[in-house]
Design a protein around this ligand. Structure first.
Ligand SMILES: Cc1ncc(COP(=O)(O)O)c(C=O)c1O
Length: 461
């Protein structure tokens, strides 16, 4: 037993070993965990800090994975969950609901853009995306278009790992998991650092990306397309913030062709970009919003699809249910966690904190531009990214598998910062982060870049 262990009398060595022997960690190779990086077992969290079973402190620079918006260690969320569990944990989602589930639907409805006002609850982001796809297909069929089954997504997108959601994800792994759900097509995604159309940049390039949707709908045949899906600000493409004209044009095209617009706010939502929903920055109202992660700040697995009254109209008027049921949808304890989380958001002005602290963080990160490997810095609210390149002139990337990228990850980790570095060094901490903690994150990134750049000098242009 390690002295001063963060888990009291627990045998820390034994638990680390048991983790390697019995748990299948989602996205890491066994050899990476057992031989190279080691598997961290966490025991405790507070605000923007995490502590592993040995008591080592880390700064959570990415809120888990853009999840823990309200910060770690919120006692009152735990208490709300315990109280609900003692009263009632579960009734069937098929035909019944519970008090916190209803209250949560009403609370979220008041915060949604425009007149969106109905929630279908599920347990995670992928399930929310699966649900949105099925709603779109059934709505189109009920409107008299049974052949509208195609979904258009964007290149570079990520929408989850269950089958349908993975099929929309453009970085899907064909070798292991193909063939995918039929009828999915990908169009260019706005990227101000790497414009998608020759000779264009900024808003003109964004509009060309939007027009690509119309071209694709016309090519596929409008009477075959059910929906278009995209993150308002693409995290998967490295925190890409399009001009408002992009989403206005997308909304127009969807309306013109009877295509439903799904905004995937699994990361963007719940204050991450400095507004409750990122859709608000672009002044559009989608037909559906998928949300997860920050909805409960990770205290319970809960997610949802919010729909516009137009989407629910057919279900309201016809004697038909959605052909869908997920046993844990609207789970009472998860809803109690989300309700308390939203209460904290309002009481502490967390969305405004994300906006203001995001401005400060971005200003500090911009100082990193003097590094030879920092190609771009961008962000909105506490959703920021530093794009790492080999060559600033050509914008050539190192890529996720390059030793430079791996070394940089190791260096920030050794200095106590947890984040994800592939092509982008993401900085998206909990909204309760302090100015000193933000400064420390930037200092760690700065130091680590300097060391890695020194070690790999011959690889850098
Ligand atoms: C935009 C987006 N959609 C969907 C998902 C899938 O969510 P989950 O991992 O909760 O299934 C993610 C996960 O990161 C996401 O970023």
């Amino acid at each position: 037993m390690a002295e001063g262990s963060a888990v009291g009398t627990l045998d820390t060595e034994k638990i680390s070993q048991a983790a390697l022997e019995h748990q299948w960690i989602h996205s890491a190779s066994y050899i990476e965990l057992s031989e190279r990086k080691g598997l961290k077992v966490f025991a405790r969290g507070e605000g923007a800090r995490l502590y592993d079973i040995y008591g080592t402190e880390y700064l959570d620079g990415i809120s888990g994975l853009w999840v823990v918006n309200a910060g770690h260690g919120r006692d009152e969320i735990g208490q709300a969950m315990a109280e609900q569990a003692k009263k009632l944990a579960y009734v069937s989602a098929a035909n019944y609901t519970t008090v916190p589930t209803v209250q949560l639907a009403e609370t979220i409805s008041d915060l949604l853009p425009g007149d969106m006002d109905r929630l279908f609850f599920v347990s995670g982001g992928s399930e929310a995306v699966e649900t949105a796809i099925k709603i779109a297909k059934q709505v189109q069929s009920m409107r008299g278009f049974p052949k509208r089954y195609k979904i258009i997504a964007r290149r570079g997108s990520y929408h989850g790992m269950t089958y349908g959601a993975m099929s929309l994800t453009s970085m899907r792994n064909e070798t292991y998991f193909g063939p995918f759900m039929p009828g999915v097509y990908h169009i260019p995604s706005p990227n101000n650092y790497r414009p998608q159309f020759p000779g264009l940049s900024g808003e003109a390039d964004d509009i060309a990306c939007a027009n690509a949707l119309e071209a694709e709908i016309e090519f596929q045949g409008p009477d075959t397309v059910a929906a278009f899906i995209g993150e308002p600000i693409s995290t998967a493409n490295g925190v890409q913030i399009p001009s408002p004209a992009y989403w206005k044009r997308i909304r127009e095209i969807c309306d013109k062709h009877g295509v439903l617009l799904i905004c995937d706010e699994v990361i963007n939502g719940w204050g991450r970009s400095g507004t409750y929903f990122a859709t608000e920055h672009f002044d559009i109202v989608p037909d559906m919003i998928t949300m997860a992660k920050g909805l409960s700040s990770g205290y319970a697995p809960i997610a949802a699809v919010a729909v516009h009254p137009n989407v629910f109209a057919g279900f309201r008027e016809q004697d038909v249910a959605l052909g869908h049921l997920l046993t844990f949808g609207g789970h009472a304890v998860a809803c109690a966690a989300a309700l308390k989380n939203i209460e904290i958001f309002k009481r502490e002005g967390l969305v405004e904190q994300s906006r203001q602290k995001g401005e400060y963080l971005l200003a500090q990160l911009n100082e990193l531009r003097s590094h030879p490997t920092v190609g771009d810095v961008r962000g909105l609210g506490l959703m920021t990214g530093v794009e790492i390149v080999k060559n600033k002139d050509t914008k050539e990337k190192f890529g996720r598998e390059h030793q430079f990228t791996k070394r940089l990850s190791e260096l920030v980790n050794e200095r106590g910062l947890l984040t994800r570095i592939w092509d982008i060094l993401h900085v998206a901490p909990p909204f309760v982060i302090t100015t000193d903690e933000i400064d420390r994150i930037v200092q760690i990134a700065d130091e680590s870049l300097t060391i890695a750049e020194g070690e790999f000098a011959s690889d850098i242009a």
